[in-house]
Design a binder for this molecule. Structure first.
Ligand SMILES: NC(=O)c1ccc[n+]([C@@H]2O[C@H](COP(=O)([O-])OP(=O)(O)OC[C@H]3O[C@@H](n4cnc5c(N)ncnc54)[C@H](O)[C@@H]3O)[C@@H](O)[C@H]2O)c1
Length: 309
């Protein structure tokens, strides 16, 4: 049986990757410092280490476990926070990432699958949807740290033969996403509209994103594990949705009557973002299966249940 590690496996996306890997019959371990993750997200069959990826302690875990594959999702993932505190972002996403790669190199890991970003790595796009060879001009420290880690992955491949795949996710949404921070507009709108609090649209709401359902992202990770080449692949829908349209769609799903409320745009935010998934379709046969209408309905079930507990 293959043994795998999911960093950030108590988080929104990582925990659902861990669930799917357990269902595939793999032996799964999780490292997470519970900074934004939740203990209850961790599958009962997964071995859980409450640990920071920046700590030297992870070496002991790697030595004991001898992982075949590492899914690396632990990160500071809030674009606005990265603008406010770039050093904190780089500490977790670059230095934490390097600490992890050293452990991979020293303890026989064969492959790393990295949660990169198609939403932030390309910066303000010049072509739509962006394919993987689009110019990379990240508009935030978060985008810069993710791009830097992709370069470290290339280095560890060429220097030490560590295989990797970077999956550049678009804007992921779905059950278990947290709506109490500043990141994750879908979750924020759901929580606010269900609880009757004000849901704010920053800017004019004309900014666009490529909203991709978490189950589709999980599937891309499973395919990437079994794919035998290295590289970076976009994981998105190729469909652009503006924030006003998203707000109205969520409002309809939850049956809210709240009007749109606008406040000034936040710094470091891109105007338009949408990515092309042709490369991963060609390489691994992946394509999105859950459209936004269906995905929002599935997400609503989660948030409605949570609001009653
Ligand atoms: N949600 C999206 O739209 C999106 C888009 C592109 C990429 N990503 C990437 O996917 C990954 C998962 O994001 P998510 O949306 O599930 O967010 P999340 O915050 O739920 O998951 C991140 C997890 O990492 C943990 N973590 C943070 N810093 C850590 C550290 N130093 N050591 C150990 N654990 C740490 C958190 O506790 C959390 O459980 C991140 O790398 C993120 O950058 C997410």
């Amino acid at each position: 049986m293959r043994k795998v590690l999911v960093t950030g496996g108590a988080g929104f996306i990582g925990s659902q990757i861990a669930d799917a890997l357990i269902e595939e019959g793999l032996s799964v371990e999780v490292i997470d410092n519970l900074f934004t993750g939740r203990r209850e997200n961790v599958h009962p069959e997964a071995v859980f280490y409450e640990m920071d990826i920046r700590s030297k302690e992870i070496n002991g875990v790697f030595k004991k476990a001898r992982y075949d594959v590492v899914f690396h999702l632990a990160a500071q993932m809030d674009v606005r926070k990265s603008v406010a505190d770039p050093a904190f972002d780089a500490d977790a996403n670059i230095l934490g990432g390097i600490n992890l790669l050293q452990a991979c190199k020293n303890h026989g890991v064969k492959k790393v699958i990295f949660a990169s970003t198609g939403g932030a790595i390309y910066g303000e796009q010049v072509s739509f949807p962006a394919s993987e060879d689009h110019p990379q001009n990240p508009a935030s420290p978060y985008g810069i740290s993710k791009l830097a880690f992709e370069k470290y992955l290339q280095f560890y491949k060429s220097e030490y033969g560590l295989d990797y795949i970077s999956l550049r996710y678009a804007n992921v949404y779905g059950p278990r996403q947290r709506g109490d921070g500043e990141a994750g507009v879908v979750a924020i709108f759901f929580e606010k509209l269900i609880s009757g609090e004000k849901a704010i649209i920053f800017g004019d709401g004309g900014q666009t994103r490529d909203f991709t359902y978490v189950g589709d992202v999980v599937h891309a990770n499973i395919l990437a594990m079994n794919y035998d080449k290295c590289g970076a692949f976009n994981v998105g829908t190729g469909i652009e949705t503006d924030i006003n349209t998203l707000f109205d769609a969520i409002k309809a799903v939850v049956g809210s009557h709240q009007e749109r409320i606008y406040e000034p745009a936040k710094p470091g935010e891109q105007r338009r973002s949408v990515i092309d998934y042709s490369a991963i379709k060609m390489a691994m046969g992946w394509q999105p299966k859950v459209n936004l209408t269906h995905g929002l309905k599935k997400t609503a079930e989660f948030f409605k249940t949570r609001s009653t507990v």
